[in-house]
Design a protein around this ligand. Structure first.
Ligand SMILES: [Zn+2]
Ligand SMILES: [Zn+2]
Ligand SMILES: [Zn+2]
Ligand SMILES: [Zn+2]
Ligand SMILES: [Zn+2]
Length: 504
């Protein structure tokens, strides 16, 4: 039994990647088959190369300028290669019956050496021969590589060897035929060398027949894979960082939502009159019973009847308890909802359903989820399987839709209503981003301060809308003792450098 070359399956703790196991008998069968294929072409190539070599040897003029200096060598090497290869095919066929396994590598080395010899020879020949026998036809042989007044190679050979210039075409065709056959031999010899060098059937062997193919694939696809999988995602991540950084610098930190001024009645100059209506409404269960039959809006209108009624419907000292009670009792219990614009309670019979343009902010507030950097890299920058393109849902956000609106909002101007609502959505989106202990939509870990990416719930793509803050740094607890204003105050009139530094 042949010795096993254990070093081929790895050394110093390193092991080549596992490949499929191959069949030793198949290797030998292929070698025998190629030996058989090679016999006749090798004999032909050797015979032709010998004749041509002797032709060049006989005539000194053919070895001199302007003819190719390696002409003789080209034919000679083909001849020597063929002379060694021809008997070797028979010897190797016989040896292979008894000596195989690791010994195949020795055949491989011999085969490779012969293949290289013949390949070098035909490369030399290619420098002074036409590519095909078409290059010899129609007098082309007489004009092939003619240098300043000298005869062509074939012309001179015909004159010197056959004393007939018309034989140039025949000599040319003969040489080209020899070259073609030698090329065929070289091709099969390389295949033979491949099979016999990569002989090892073991899965982990360096000389497993599949190994060169795997390397080839790695060499061809490796760089593209490297760029696609490691370089591009990082570029995307840094581009995203830059864009968000710039957007953050340009954004205004705090939204200008005008504070709601609360009405404070002037009790000093007002004594609530005791009307009969107030006497009745002051009894809470009577009031609530009455409210049970009217809509929320009508409760508000009822309180506007007069100051005295307002005092009993919305008693200032009891507002925190009274308002929820009123809200609970008014409107029909079934199909309750809230007005999209003023947030007041509405029900099926008091709501209106105008066909108005949709509000983009709603989608961001309800659906978009924050992502941390590692999750953004994994789910978006790397373009993994199932990756969705950046969100384009804004194109359908403003489509007309039926909205649930209270009667008071219904009569207001829609653009003003929507602008005010959008501002509230902006504030809500900011609140969501700055919320303590909010979780990453991907890994569910609590998000720290830093860059945020957002994923659209509707389409699954990255939401790049400016409504979401790109960078989140939570305000410090305001320390009044130190006179510390927190980050928020600093933002308002900080220099660009301070802003930039806080992002970095
Ligand atoms: Zn109602
Ligand atoms: Zn409303
Ligand atoms: Zn969004
Ligand atoms: Zn989307
Ligand atoms: Zn995450």
């Amino acid at each position: 039994m042949a010795p096993r070359l254990n070093c081929l399956t790895g050394c110093f703790g390193w092991q080549p990647a596992k490949l499929s196991r191959c069949n030793e008998l198949a290797t030998r069968a292929w070698m025998w088959a190629i030996h058989l294929i090679l016999v006749i072409p090798t004999a032909m190539a050797t015979f032709i190369a010998r004749n041509n070599y002797l032709l060049v040897e006989r005539h000194l003029q053919l070895q001199q300028y302007p003819y190719h200096p390696k002409m003789g060598l080209g034919f000679y090497m083909t001849y020597v290669g063929g002379v060694v290869l021809f008997p070797w095919l028979f010897v190797a066929t016989l040896l292979l019956k008894k000596w195989y396994g690791t010994w195949t590598l020795l055949y491989g080395i011999v085969n490779l050496a012969l293949a290289i010899t013949i390949a070098m020879a035909i490369t030399m020949q290619a420098q002074f021969l036409p590519a095909s026998s078409n290059g010899c036809k129609d007098g082309k042989a007489m004009n092939w590589q003619v240098v300043g007044g000298h005869d062509s190679l074939f012309m001179l050979a015909a004159k010197l060897d056959r004393n007939d210039a018309n034989k140039a075409e025949a000599i040319c065709k003969n040489m080209v035929a020899g070259w073609t056959v030698a090329s065929t031999v070289a091709f099969f010899q390389f295949v033979l060398a491949y099979i016999s060098v990569f002989f090892d059937e073991r899965e982990f062997s360096l000389l497993n027949p599949v190994r060169p193919l795997v390397w080839l694939v790695i060499i061809l696809i490796g760089p593209a894979f490297f760029v696609h999988d490691l370089i591009f995602p990082r570029i995307r991540l840094w581009l995203s960082y830059t864009k968000k950084g710039v957007a953050e610098l340009r954004s205004t930190k705090d939204l200008q939502i005008p504070p709601q001024t609360q009405f404070t009645p002037q009790y000093q100059s007002f004594e609530a009159p005791k009307t009969k209506l107030t006497n009745v409404l002051a009894i809470e269960h009577v009031l609530l019973n009455l409210i049970g039959y009217i809509h929320f809006e009508d409760v508000v209108n009822l309180s506007r009847t007069c100051r005295a009624v307002r005092e009993v419907v919305y008693p200032p000292q009891d507002l925190d308890y009274r308002v929820p009670k009123l809200t609970r009792h008014c409107c029909s219990i079934a199909e309750q909802s809230k007005c999209l614009y003023c947030n007041n309670k509405i029900c099926g019979s008091c709501q209106r359903n105008p066909l108005w343009p949709g509000l983009s902010g709603r989608r961001h507030v309800m659906g978009c989820k924050p992502y941390c950097e590692p999750c953004y890299y994994k789910s978006f920058a790397r373009h993994p399987r199932g990756y969705k393109k950046p969100c384009k849902c804004h194109s359908t956000d403003r489509n007309n839709e039926f909205q649930d609106v209270c009667r008071s909002c219904m009569v207001k101007y829609v653009n003003t209503l929507q602008a005010a609502r959008h501002k509230r959505y902006q504030q809500e989106a900011r609140n969501i981003a700055y919320k303590e202990n909010s979780e990453c939509g991907g890994c569910k870990k609590v998000l720290k301060d830093g860059m945020r990416w957002w994923k659209c719930k509707k389409c699954g793509g990255e939401c790049r809308d400016k409504i979401h803050p790109g960078f989140v740094k939570r305000k410090k607890e305001r320390d009044i003792e130190k006179g510390d204003g927190g980050n928020g105050e600093q933002d308002a009139n900080a220099s660009w450098w301070t802003k930039w530094r806080s992002i970095l």
